[in-house]
Design a binder for this molecule. Sequence first.
Ligand code: KG4
Ligand code: ZN
Length: 335
Amino acid sequence: MYVLGIESSCDETAVAIYHPEKGLISHLLYSQADMHSAYGGVVPELASRDHIRKLVPLIRQTLLESQLSASDIVGIAYTAGPGLMGSLLVGAATARSLAWAWQIPAIAVHHMEGHLLAPMLEDNPPSFPFVALLISGGHTLLIEVQGIGDYQLLGESLDDAAGEAFDKTAKLLGLPYPGGPALSELAKQGRERFKFPRPMTDRPGLDFSFSGLKTFALNTITQFVENQQDKADVAFAFQQAMAETLSIKCKRALLQTGLNSLVIAGGVSANHAIRSSLTNMAKSQASQIYFPRPEFCTDNGAMIAYTGCQRLLAGNTQNLEIFARPRWPINELTT
Ligand code: KG4
Ligand code: ZN
């Protein structure tokens, strides 16, 4: 039972094949980052045009590397949202057309559910129930997860997402797109010097707010930054503030739910400082913590193929309508 997964919600074209017993068979990814870096961020129209160019060749290559043919595939999963409308439509139209041609079901996958389930691809996967922190470029979500499709939203960002705050602060520091990894690299040379706030940790609740961190970074840069070391010190302080804030909120979520298992996923969970801060916190709470491997923290096809496979096994397929939804709250999903 081989399931093909297609991811095209933003600036990565990715394809993978997953089998429920054999596991992940193959996964390929083409990143548009170089193309968008000239503009300092993702240009939606360029993104969708590039998905059109890359997606079908990538599907061919994935089948070839897996030594499989179209007749081996039993379902096609694709990211139906949230994401950029044009980019989503390329994946949706391609997946639905192939599914029709191959006479197999297509499965519309929620991108954040894909991130949420990415740790299931690792050797030591989490078991339900758990608390999940999803930290990506567009979303910051704390969720109580009882099972696939059983998601209770505990908290979310009221303004910028964690990844967005990384990217905007990186831009202020003059770093190239994509800003998150560049800022994290620069922070390695940083020293303990500036103290950034830990937003919304001084009051109860599990929501986040990160736009103030970006403003704090701007003020610090204007006042103090003259050379490369100063920039590294700002990057270090920003990253520390982000890591500690996320840890404080996750600790609260564990205590509030009484659960002792924590899943961290989404692009920002590739960040070393954040991984280690959350790992230390989980240890202090006698809780287990699970991350995807770094390449499956950021967007990838493997998480879509895996999620699609689970949804297919549960009988969740849709009709032939090309379904894409740029805004799609995860708690609207059902089992
Ligand atoms: O999950 P993702 O690949 O795409 C979305 O669904 O948004 O997340 C992308 C975000 C970007 O904001 C990127 O800068 C951030 O994840 N990111 C990082 C790191 N790697 C990716 N942020 C901090 N440190 C990293 N190492
Ligand atoms: Zn993503």
